[in-house]
Write a protein that binds this ligand. Structure first.
Ligand SMILES: *Cc1c(COP(=O)(O)O)cnc(C)c1O
Length: 379
């Protein structure tokens, strides 16, 4: 059988490995000069906006909500199709999550449904850029400005994505990125938050490290409840090594996506009943290449056949958040967000990573077409 092809694999080159070794030998392995250098480079990429790094792309969103003063009694609108972290941070600050259904084409939150879900208690929107595809950013900020809402962009998957030529993160309100292992660029675990001004950045630093501020010549003071969320220099060294490759990584993923469309051809959807992602080589960074399977095959069956017959790893992103027990216990029910429920049941992520080549795409397409074409009695 052919070698295992995973749905994703991080690409860490020898330069990054050497940089990590330098940090390990330096005697300073926690937050230090590498973190500052990484933040400086990120800030330059985001057009000079303040950026702070953290140990995840989850605490970034929680901290953004805290900086915005969002808490008990406040409602925050988000999408049901994301990693559960997106909604958990709303509960974490004591606010109330409100879901708005998704758009079946982009699979992102439907902004008309966001507007319909706004109440006098709504304080913020957390849009998610699934697979790296941004929402209509003009429309998002028009809604936010009209209703005086804060925005915490969950751009965890969108490093390298653009809106009308501007990098995601270089404009807007709070923008959160993740450097978790599967993301387009990684620090093993980590994240960063783009903020609006130095005042917010100072607050983010406090929340990042137990609420501590330095005051006086040797004194420290604690005036807010913070956590322990700092990035280490070991992680930042990996991040610096990855960051120089961002453009190459994005270009390669776009090339692979284009090849998927070419190999599958214009008839693929009609012949199989599966739905391809939106074709785009300008906005999205192709963090994931996702298809929605036809009703006649279960996701579990598809994934098992791809693995067992063809040695190809397929992932899925994501099951609808509102149907997890934690959220059902809050009153959410099946039937509330029908588009998200349909997509969430049948969506799969095909192999897509920097070190993959066009032959891997062809192998995946051939395997997938065989799995999808077989009638159930022959499987
Ligand atoms: C990865 C991811 C997160 C969480 O990031 P971590 O760094 O793992 O905490 C949140 N939202 C989305 C959409 C993600 O893909």
């Amino acid at each position: 059988m052919s070698e295992f092809l995973p749905f994703t694999r991080p690409y860490i080159d020898e330069t990054a490995i050497a940089a990590v070794c330098d940090v390990l030998r330096s005697g300073w392995v926690t937050s230090g000069p590498k973190v500052l250098e990484f933040e400086k480079q990120l800030s330059a990429y985001f057009g000079g906006r303040p950026v702070r790094t953290f140990n995840s792309g989850t605490c970034t969103m929680e901290i953004a909500l805290r900086i915005a003063g969002i808490g008990p009694g406040d409602e925050v609108i988000t999408t049901p199709i994301s990693w559960v972290a997106t909604a958990n941070v709303i509960l974490e600050v004591g606010a109330t999550p409100v879901f708005a259904d998704i758009d079946p084409v982009t699979r992102n939150i439907d902004l008309d449904k966001v507007e319909a879900a706004i109440t006098p208690r709504t304080k913020a929107i957390i849009p998610v850029y699934l697979a790296g595809m941004p929402v209509d950013m003009d429309k998002l900020y028009a809604i936010a400005n009209k209703h005086k809402l804060r925005v915490v962009e969950d751009a965890a998957q969108a490093m390298g994505s653009n809106w009308k030529g501007k990098p995601i993160g270089s404009f807007g309100d709070f923008v959160s990125f993740s450097f978790q292992a599967n993301k387009n660029i990684t620090t093993s675990e980590g994240g960063c938050l783009v903020l609006n001004n130095e005042e917010e950045a100072k607050l983010a630093e406090k929340y990042r490290l137990q609420g501590v501020t330095r005051s006086g010549w040797d004194g420290i003071e604690v005036d807010v409840l913070g956590g322990k969320y700092n990035m280490t220099d070991v992680a930042a060294a990996i991040g610096l090594g990855q960051f120089v490759q961002l453009d190459a990584i994005t270009a390669q993923r776009r090339k692979l996506a284009k090849h998927y469309f070419k190999v599958l051809g214009a008839d693929f959807e009609v012949q199989t009943g599966a739905q391809l992602p939106q074709e785009d080589y300008e906005s999205t960074n192709w963090h994931l290449f996702q298809i929605v399977l036809p009703e006649r095959i279960t996701r579990a069956d598809f994934m098992a056949q791809m693995k067992e017959r063809y040695n190809i790893g397929v992932g899925y992103h994501y099951a609808p958040i509102h149907l997890f027990k934690l959220y059902r216990d809050l009153g959410f029910r099946e039937g509330m967000f029908p588009v998200a429920e349909c997509v969430g049941k049948q969506i799969v992520s095909l192999p897509m990573f920097y070190a993959m080549n066009e032959a891997d795409v062809e192998r995946t397409c051939a395997a997938m077409c065989e799995v999808l074409a077989l009638p159930p009695n022959l499987r």
